[in-house]
Design a binder for this molecule. Structure first.
Ligand SMILES: N[C@@H](CCC(=O)N[C@@H](CS)C(=O)NCC(=O)O)C(=O)O
Length: 214
């Protein structure tokens, strides 16, 4: 398998961490969505990462769909998403909040970098969405005293939350530092201490130039 995209993307990173936790070997191609756009377009017309190329050449896109396929490849006993029932719905809900937060954080970053006159309306909306999702996740996490969101084993929801928080803390430090969120902070610290997280990490490099790395 070949994973395309840089680890400063919360979506690429959650995919890499899942690959490692599932014990699936992969090659990493840290292509930039800007500088390597043509190479990327040949595989994925959206020019987005993560893009995953399976051993038979099939190309998977969209992190949620990629992770679903990886769980199936790894098998039910290793899968990082519960198979059914309330725990699956809860994990999907938490994952949707976390990846939605990451989407808003990326959007907020591009708004400032790529627009000559950023929309203050859009910026205020993204900030409010991010703050409200953080509050919702904090309240959810504070209700559970287990090591991970759904018990003693790490899952996709845990990874999604930790990757979103790391990206937010680098892209918009004031939005992360601005609130007391002890349960989320402890969650992120527990995850980031794991080798799978440490070995799939890249500090965010941002530049207003479309030729720069994403
Ligand atoms: N919903 C997508 C989001 C992926 C995404 O936003 N990736 C960013 C990098 S963090 C990207 O490819 N941006 C370039 C673009 O959207 O044109 C997923 O979960 O895979």
């Amino acid at each position: 398998m070949i994973l395309i995209g840089q680890y400063d993307s919360p979506f690429v990173r959650r995919t890499a961490i899942a690959l490692r936790l599932l014990g699936l070997a992969y090659e990493h191609r840290p292509w930039s969505v800007w500088a390597d756009a043509d190479k990327l377009a040949a595989l994925n017309p959206l020019r987005r990462v993560p893009t995953l190329v399976l051993d038979d050449g099939e190309v998977l896109i969209e992190s949620g769909a990629i992770l679903d396929a990886l769980d199936q490849i790894a098998g039910p006993s290793a899968a990082l998403m519960p198979a059914s029932g309330p725990s699956r719905r809860r994990a999907l809900h938490v994952s949707a909040l976390a990846t939605g937060l990451a989407d808003k954080a990326v959007s907020l970053l591009y708004e400032g970098l790529l627009h000559e006159a950023p929309s203050q309306t859009w910026i205020a909306r993204c900030r409010a969405q991010i703050a409200d999702v953080l509050d919702a996740l904090e309240a959810e996490r504070a209700r559970s005293f287990s090591a991970y969101w759904l018990g003693d084993a790490i899952g996709h929801a845990d990874i999604a939350v930790a990757c979103a928080i790391r990206f937010l803390s680098e892209a918009h430090p004031r939005l992360w530092e601005g609130g007391e969120r002890p349960a989320l902070r402890a969650h992120a610290e527990r995850c980031e201490a794991m080798p799978a997280f440490q070995s799939a990490a890249q500090s965010l490099q941002v530049s207003a130039s479309p030729n720069a790395n994403d």
